[in-house]
Design a protein around this ligand. Structure first.
Ligand SMILES: [Zn+2]
Length: 121
């Protein structure tokens, strides 16, 4: 899956999605007890376990994103002139999603060429 956004933002999106999923599953699981009584307890248990796992995963992603953003490089975006953070050699601007690069070899190719390169590797 390719996100047309900066890597740090993509991590945050995934973290948020997993948190929502986990909370949703836990709420649905608990609701299962109310609707189906005894049989719902199994649904509730499964929902709670999966919900907890995805909450933990989202926590890990948030933690990882936090660690990564400390090593991110701050640059002035040449397109929108805002201060953005870059991860790795190529990343997108957080605000206008322009692809930025630190690598002079890749600095002159188009966004489409870069995307096909990223797909191959
Ligand atoms: Zn920008």
């Amino acid at each position: 899956m390719i996100f047309k956004s900066a890597k740090i933002n993509a991590f945050r999106t995934w973290g948020l999605l997993l948190t929502m999923l986990g909370m949703g599953l836990m709420i649905l699981g608990t609701a299962g007890i109310v609707f189906w009584g005894h049989a719902g307890k199994v649904v509730a248990a499964v929902g709670l376990v999966i919900g907890l796992i995805s909450m933990m995963a989202s926590l890990a992603i948030y933690f990882w994103a936090g660690m990564l953003s400390t090593s991110a490089v701050q640059v002035d975006c040449p397109e929108c002139h805002k201060l953005t953070k870059m991860l790795g050699k190529t990343d997108r601007c957080m605000f206008c999603h322009t692809i930025l690069t630190m690598d002079p070899e890749q600095a002159n190719i188009t966004a489409e060429q870069l995307e096909s390169q990223q797909l191959k590797s």
